[in-house]
Design a protein around this ligand. Structure first.
Ligand SMILES: CC(=O)SCCNC(=O)CCNC(=O)[C@H](O)C(C)(C)COP(=O)(O)OP(=O)(O)OC[C@H]1O[C@@H](n2cnc3c(N)ncnc32)[C@H](O)[C@@H]1OP(=O)(O)O
Length: 435
């Protein structure tokens, strides 16, 4: 049985029932029920009511996800949910290229008429228990506000940069790409984009698998604002599609030579493709500014601009993770050093609380076991919360910094930096597309 049939959590259903509310799965094959859920989701994020056309698109591209609603039978419109969430299971690429299952949680909304009486808590706790019950070892989400999810054991694991680049300052110093660029229609690009994103995500820590809804939104086959989207594809010297960029142009109020190009997405399966696409955008005529949100924090382009100050960058949290099974997730990734560390993990929900011994070998494999004994000679030892361990997991957060912040307690001298060296990665984790 797939995740879409996982029932709602009975504990949360009972808790909500004591407030007279009903928690249930939405039958996404039943259009009216699903449309009401979709409209509640739109309203929850202060978006305009979905048009019939966009409802049809959303139904077609997201019906396979598990949609959960909270209903108030006393409402004048009892079929309209007052709380929503949507979940699905995706592979999450971890350092070394293996994948683990991640229970993705999205669309957490509670109607302003029903806020701050524990509806979101019931939804979130219910999803943690549902994922644990299905033996999914990791839960992941992105947040509207960074103040909500730590209490449930989540920690931020990846960041993105929003770059703004003054094109007139750029003197391209990167390599010349041997391939060619072509404008492509969204329908033509869609399958290539899906292949390119899939190739990248399979080796990119933090990479997820993306369905047609996501890929269609970045190439412009779906979405309300698709008319202004342009897309180019980079084909390598052998003519194989290796990357694409989609972007919008906005004219300056008074100066036609100062358009702004805003990148919807830019992704290359090779560094050559990524550089070629960046160069294309930075050398567009009549464009003074290129804006690119959601970029990896170790983007090579900043070393190819010829003027480091041509770009300003703003960093933001992206993927938040919540480990549910410590041995499963630590055993799946690869490590940079051969070492041993004892992790004393606290967990407000008890899913993962305990002591674990992580031993890594010269090939980078990790062996993890629950552990009661004394810390072995030579092993590092730290105490930390499950949220902070989740932050460290993909290698995008420094253990030494968390120790300096007072979040990790070092039980042996230098233990945080020893852990940081074990977890080090050659490529910063990146959430390729937000969700
Ligand atoms: C993964 C995602 O989907 S991220 C998107 C989150 N959704 C949004 O931002 C849409 C707009 N906001 C909302 O719909 C709601 O305000 C929600 C979903 C954020 C919160 O729903 P509520 O039902 O009011 O939350 P609930 O009453 O269950 O609160 C649970 C806890 O979170 C806290 N909390 C709730 N909202 C916030 C907030 N915006 N900032 C900080 N803390 C918050 C509450 O104080 C409470 O804390 P405590 O129990 O530890 O004392």
């Amino acid at each position: 049985m797939g995740f879409e049939h996982t029932p709602v959590d009975p504990t949360s259903a009972e808790r909500l029932a004591t407030s007279g509310l009903e928690l249930r799965l939405v039958d996404t094959a039943e259009h009216d029920d699903f449309d009401r859920w979709l409209q509640a989701d739109q309203r929850g994020f202060h978006m305009a009511k979905a048009t019939p056309a966009s409802l049809a698109e959303l139904r077609a591209t997201t019906a396979h996800r598990r949609s959960v609603g909270v209903y108030d039978p006393q409402s004048p419109a009892p079929g309209h949910p007052v709380g929503t969430t949507q979940t699905w299971v995706t592979p999450l690429t971890v350092p070394g290229g293996a994948t683990i299952d991640m229970w993705a949680v999205s669309s957490v909304t509670v109607s302003p008429t029903h806020r701050r009486r524990g509806v979101a808590r019931a939804l979130l706790e219910g999803e943690l228990r549902a994922a644990a019950g299905d033996n999914v070892p990791m839960v992941g989400l992105t947040v509207s506000e960074a103040t909500i999810y730590s209490r449930f054991g989540f920690g931020v694991a990846t960041f993105t940069d929003s770059a703004e680049i003054e094109t007139r300052r750029v003197r391209w110093s990167g390599p010349d790409a041997p391939g060619r660029l072509h404008f492509v229609d969204p329908d033509v690009l869609l399958p290539d984009a899906a292949t390119i994103i899939d190739a990248v995500r399979s080796s990119q820590p933090g990479g997820l698998s993306y369905d047609d809804h996501f890929v269609g939104s970045v190439v412009g086959t779906i979405g309300d604002d698709r008319a202004g989207l342009r897309a180019v594809r980079y084909d390598d010297a052998d003519g194989r599609p290796m990357g694409f960029a989609s972007y919008r142009l906005r004219a300056h109020e008074t100066d036609f030579a100062k358009h702004t190009a805003t990148v919807q997405h830019l992704i290359g399966a090779t560094d050559e493709a990524t550089a070629a696409l960046w160069r294309y955008l930075l050398e567009l005529d009549l464009v003074a500014t290129v804006r690119a949100p959601g970029r990896p924090v170790d983007e090579p382009v900043h070393w190819q601009l010829g003027d480091l100050r041509a770009a300003t960058r703003r960093r933001r949290d992206a993927l938040w993770l919540r480990i549910l099974d410590v041995p499963a997730v630590l055993g799946a990734r690869r490590y940079a050093t051969a070492a041993a560390v004892v992790l004393e993990v606290s967990d407000p929900y008890g899913f993962t609380a305990g002591r674990f011994l992580l031993e890594t070998d010269a090939e980078g494999a990790g062996h993890v076991e629950q552990f009661d004994g004394a810390t072995p000679a030579g092993a590092a030892s730290v105490a930390l919360s499950i949220g902070d361990l989740s932050s460290l997991y993909l290698g995008g957060v420094s253990a030494a910094t968390l120790a300096r912040a007072g979040r990790i307690e070092e039980r042996s001298a230098g233990a945080a930096f020893a852990l940081e060296r074990m977890l080090a990665v050659d490529r910063a984790p990146w959430l390729i597309l937000g969700f």
